[in-house]
Design a protein around this ligand. Structure first.
Ligand code: 13P
Length: 251
């Protein structure tokens, strides 16, 4: 089965209003010629989702959020819900980015409630998994990402699993300039897909798109994306310039 590639740019906390609108327009223009073949997504800071959606107009570029709370509404000061995100034109949401896990103490169980809520509220979740350098060196990579995956998709139906995007982001490769080699990434992606086969069967596992993230740039994207189980990229730093992001989409 051929899975449609998906390239998403996680802008983290790096753009203000003016920069975000200009970047969104630049991305739409620079990636337009790839629109028939690749899903292109930008993930701005939450307060800039609405202006980015309006700047993108009818373009091919989808918009995602970097985080959300699993409850639809309530007394959760500082949080955003799925229905709020869809109401401003957002269609994807990153769940369990390593920065959320490590800097803000999000557990795999909590991340799993977000993934389930995303499906319930009509958003496509991008579930992030990844090991630290210490865990990799201790030979624990497969166990760690396997457990993050298992808890992340806990309770989902097969249809929901098929519609979940997984992002493998080794923590040691994020923002460090140190990319996993294509072989290292492929090995983990194959392991994740094997876990999905056990959980949901081969047909569902074959449908799931698994992105790689961690220092992806135009110069290494081609090799990473040529691996059989790498179906896209979740890009941080290189997504902040329209031309470098378009270079990755082109790859
Ligand atoms: P970098 O591409 O800057 O390494 O960030 C990756 C990432 O965390 C995307 O979510």
């Amino acid at each position: 089965m051929t899975r449609r590639r998906i390239i998403a740019g996680n802008w983290k906390m790096f753009t203000d209003l003016e920069e975000a609108v200009a970047l969104a327009r630049g991305v739409a223009e620079a990636t337009a010629r790839f629109a028939t073949d690749v899903d292109v997504v930008v993930i701005p800071p939450s307060c800039l989702i609405a202006p980015v959606v309006s700047a993108l107009g009818e373009s091919h570029v989808g918009v995602g959020a970097q985080n959300m709370h699993p409850e639809p509404r309530g007394a959760y000061t500082g949080e955003l819900s799925g229905p709020m995100l869809t109401s401003v034109g957002c269609s994807y949401v990153v769940c369990g980015h390593s920065e959320r896990r490590h800097l803000f103490g999000e557990t795999s169980e909590f991340v799993g409630t977000k993934v389930a809520a995303a499906h319930r509220f009509g958003l496509t979740p991008i579930l992030c998994v990844g090991e630290t350098l210490e865990e990799r060196e201790a030979g624990e990579t497969e166990a760690i990402v396997g457990e993050q995956l298992r808890r992340g998709i806990d309770g989902l139906t097969k249809e929901e699993i098929a519609a979940t995007i997984i992002a493998y982001e080794p923590v040691w490769a994020i923002g460090t300039g140190r990319t996993a080699s294509a072989e290292q990434a492929q090995a983990v992606h194959a392991h994740l897909r094997a876990q999905l086969v056990k959980r949901a069967g081969a047909q569902v596992a074959e449908a799931v798109r698994i992105q790689y993230g961690g220092s992806v740039k135009p110069s290494n994207a081609g090799e990473l994306l040529s691996q059989p189980d790498i179906d896209g990229a979740l890009v941080g730093g290189a997504s902040l310039k329209a031309d470098s992001f378009a270079g990755i989409v082109g790859a």
